[in-house]
Design a protein around this ligand. Structure first.
Ligand code: NDP
Length: 257
């Protein structure tokens, strides 16, 4: 068998859309995909942070643009995805990353909290995938990468709604993978362990919680966005064309222990 790194991992000529690309792990996915050659459409609610990600990609020699949008609005996401296809010729890769957490015990969770978490992590992800699939089915090609979590697999106290949403992400990934397999569209998920971002900052601010996290990770350190870069590039690339319906946990060994 002959091959080259570009043949397996190169994303030259591909158009990728990353939700929640303005900060945190999403900004890392966007940069990684751009470094592999993709043109990256960065989506999120805050244009100032999206522009920072785009500027960083440009400084690194990559290509990217920003579209402000709230993923909880399916009609708007569909409009944006249609526009991306019209303006840039295709949508080859979707990284469904936008997510949120409001950590509370079940007695404290209000309906509003439930709707915010589910609306972003599951409904937003679902309808963004639906809009992307609409184009990918026609082209008989595409990669959808959903962002799960350790909470796709294990129960985390104080995170019941988040865990329900991320368990849903995993099952959605599997069902969609089966449904879209005949169209040569691969649907997979990444399950990050603990990474320090705006979303997890409250956990790290609490010394007890922080110590629990750090002691629980067999590798002895919290992850960084760079630890996720190769996984997203791999799943988005031609080398993963026969992988679908899977979740790759990037967790420093947490789930193995
Ligand atoms: P951050 O809070 O740092 O970033 C969340 C991103 O999502 C931001 O860019 C935010 O942008 C965007 N976002 C949130 N709500 C919406 C919305 N309604 N519409 C559009 N964009 C939205 O979180 P992380 O980077 O930590 O998390 C990213 C993903 O990774 C999430 O799905 C999270 O569940 C998952 N994850 C994170 C882990 C971690 O340890 N950090 C562990 C496991 C999974 P803006 O506010 O501008 O809209």
């Amino acid at each position: 068998m002959q091959g080259s790194l570009t043949q397996w991992f190169g994303l030259e000529g591909r158009v990728a859309l990353v939700t929640g690309a303005g900060r945190g792990l999403g900004a890392g996915y966007a940069s990684a995909l751009a470094a592999a050659g993709a043109f990256v459409v960065c989506v999120g609610r805050r244009i100032d942070s999206l522009e920072k990600t785009v500027a960083q990609i440009h400084r690194d020699g990559g290509r990217a643009t920003a579209f402000p949008a709230d993923v909880t609005r399916p009609a708007l996401m569909r409009e944006i995805i249609d526009r991306v296809v019209k303006d840039y010729g295709s949508l080859d890769i979707l990284v469904n990353n936008a997510g949120t957490e409001i950590a509370k015990g079940i007695q404290e969770v209000a309906e509003k909290d439930y709707d915010t978490i589910m609306g972003t992590n599951l409904k937003g992800l679902y309808f963004t995938a639906q809009a992307a699939a609409n184009h990918m089915i026609r082209r008989r090609r595409g990669k959808i990468i959903n962002i799960g979590s350790l909470a796709s697999q294990i129960g985390i106290a104080g995170s019941t709604v988040y865990s329900a949403s991320k368990g849903g992400v995993l099952q959605f990934t599997r069902a969609l993978a089966v449904e879209l397999a005949p169209y040569n569209i691969q649907v997979n998920a990444i399950g990050p362990g603990y990474f320090r971002t705006e979303m997890t900052e409250p956990f790290f601010q609490d010394p007890e919680h922080r110590q629990w996290i750090e002691q629980r990770i067999p590798m002895g350190r919290v992850g960084t966005a760079a630890d996720l870069a190769a996984t997203v590039v791999f799943l988005a690339g031609p080398g993963a064309d026969y992988i679908t319906g899977q979740i790759i946990y990037v967790d420093g060994g947490w789930l193995a222990s």
